[in-house]
Design a protein around this ligand. Sequence first.
Ligand code: NAD
Ligand code: IPM
Ligand code: MN
Length: 347
Amino acid sequence: MKKKVVVLAGDGIGPEIMASGVAVLKKAVENAEIQFEFEAHPFGGAGIDAKGAPLPEETLAACQSADAILLGAIGGPKWEHAAQTPEQGLLALRRALNLFANIRPIAVPDALLHLSPIKEEIVKGTDFIVVRELTSGIYFGEPRHLGAQEAYDTNRYHEEEIRRIMRQAFEIAQGRRKYILSVDKANVLATSKLWRKVAEEVAQEFPDCILEHQYVDSAAMRIIQNPTIFDVVVTENLFGDILSDEASVLPGTLGVLPSASHGEAGVSLYEPIHGSAPDIAGKNIANPVSMILSASLMLRQSFDMNQEADRIDRACFEAMEEGVLTKDLGGETSTTDFTAVILEKLS
Ligand code: NAD
Ligand code: IPM
Ligand code: MN
């Protein structure tokens, strides 16, 4: 069986960590029944440079006909003032593929406990999933306007958009501790009042699960104060973006957090939660774990290849446990040396 994986390396550290992710993936599936074909396409700033647009038509068409998509990261100062920015290209891709459910697992493996800036007794056992709505809310609402003296964005949700992301969250919770925390700002925002009402309705469909609500400001505090109580956190687009970056403080770096984005049917996309890290690009020091774990999520969630994914995850955690660490975690191992260690472990 053949499967096509579209590879969007993107900008900044994107190509560096993608090289690592693809090498590890190729090694891990060497003897598998499924044969993977990798097809690279320009996207983001690289799309602008190669084709004059962050999401070139050929890139979108390739994504639409792919079995899965791997994305490194996009953006950077070079394209900040482009007519169409890399970030707009990313939002357009998510929208075009209807990738409304962004799954961001936040785990602190024992290997990283001593590296966390938070006390070990607080972070030990942290294992939750942020389910972020990805194709609506203030990122997409109209009207929006940027004037010299006034600017505005519109936060808008339709109840169907809330219902489908809620159902995703409950389904994920059913395979875990069955505890859903819905995060909103229902004491102020109309969108959040609707969000909370629909959450309660969806909870009726899942009587085996427990639903609680929390305002986003206090949830932000609790993620650091008491991270082990969380199981599944479901929230709107903007809050999910912010809370998941905040949660990266628990393992000690953005560089180890992967994500998966799913639609109702069709192709899924796998990418780290972090950006293109222009401050460290081109230095061969980026942590590739976020990308490697995104590739392993792809094996699990798009191809049901749990054994191969387990081997990849184990290799990463083992390496880190042995002190093979990139600079973001206080180590000195380069991106390519870290990758070589993982490849060796997979041999
Ligand atoms: P960033 O996530 O790129 O970087 C934040 C900090 O984390 C930086 O100090 C960076 O060096 C560090 N970091 C991130 N990933 C790392 C890794 N794998 N290894 C080691 N250190 C890592 O956020 P930013 O600097 O605010 O944004 C840079 C650009 O990335 C912007 O153009 C932004 O729009 C874009 N961005 C893209 C995505 C995406 O492609 N999905 C996500 C977030 C930001
Ligand atoms: C992310 C990023 C993007 C977002 C930006 C680059 C548009 O921060 O993937 O988390 O806000 O969704
Ligand atoms: Mn983000």
